[in-house]
Design a protein around this ligand. Sequence first.
Ligand SMILES: N[C@@H](CCC(=O)N[C@@H](CS)C(=O)NCC(=O)O)C(=O)O
Length: 315
Amino acid sequence: MLVNGTWQENWHPVQAKDEEGRFIRQLSSFRHWITPDGSPGITGKGGYKAEKDRYHLYVAYICPWASRTLMVRQLKGLTNLISMTVVNPRLSDNGWQFGGFPGANDDDLNGAQYLHELYSQADPTYTGRATVPILWDKKTRTIVSNESADILRMLNNAFEAFGQQGPNLYPADLADDIDALNEVIYNNLNNGVYQAGFASTQQAYEEAYDKVFLTLDELEARLSDGRAYLFGERLTETDVRLFVTLVRFDAAYHGLFKCNRYTLIAMPYLHAFMQRIYAINGIAETVNIEHIKAGYYSIKALNPSGIVPVGPAII
Ligand SMILES: N[C@@H](CCC(=O)N[C@@H](CS)C(=O)NCC(=O)O)C(=O)O
């Protein structure tokens, strides 16, 4: 991680933990918003007006938080407005790095070797982890946001003047329900699988495992009435947020994170839901199973040999 703008060599890939060995995820630090006219968003400073070719996403295909921003970029028809760079899926001793893996890019925009260089460029006194995704402003050469939940919301509606397409992923009539279900899915699934995987006590692991499968059971039951998406026939950001965890489940979380009561294939409604979203135009491009497997299984604290499993044969 960076301390006062300088990279610390002996950083730990396993994030913070509490006294009972529960994994704790760092809060994001850059919380500005792109808005149609450059006025400030709900947090941070103004000055980030929606413009063509101004913004760039730095992402990792392994990362569910980064992938959800890529999904919304596709769903909202923003691929020609917002460019992107994919990091190497394997976390190095210097954090995320550019190039050196099929499908990973060099940083043609800023010429950085490691992602943390962009954090210190944006804030020379930054202390914290250098995480993906980053929403980068090419004009002022800084980070607009490193919080994917906010990035989903801004990509949903900031670019309407540019003929932005796709469904409204956060419609006003569902906003409260979306917020409530997002919270459950974040705590129990998106982050719940990490809490199982990075638990350092049996109790913390079992607590996380139970939440993961209890929530998957609830969602399986919810989808069993034949609805296409979590709130019925309309695709929302909550579906996107669930999808990124489901699509990694059998390839990474079932094995490496010990979330192994069932594979996703054993939960037919959730599996069909995942396949339905995967089939939406542009979504398959945001999923790279080779990056997902290589990335998760390169976490030395969990898999010292670095061996990447061959399967699963079907996702
Ligand atoms: N709050 C962030 C979390 C992002 C996050 O935790 N990204 C992970 C990859 S999945 C990361 O970059 N980890 C590197 C590190 O912690 O050093 C978001 O949702 O945007």
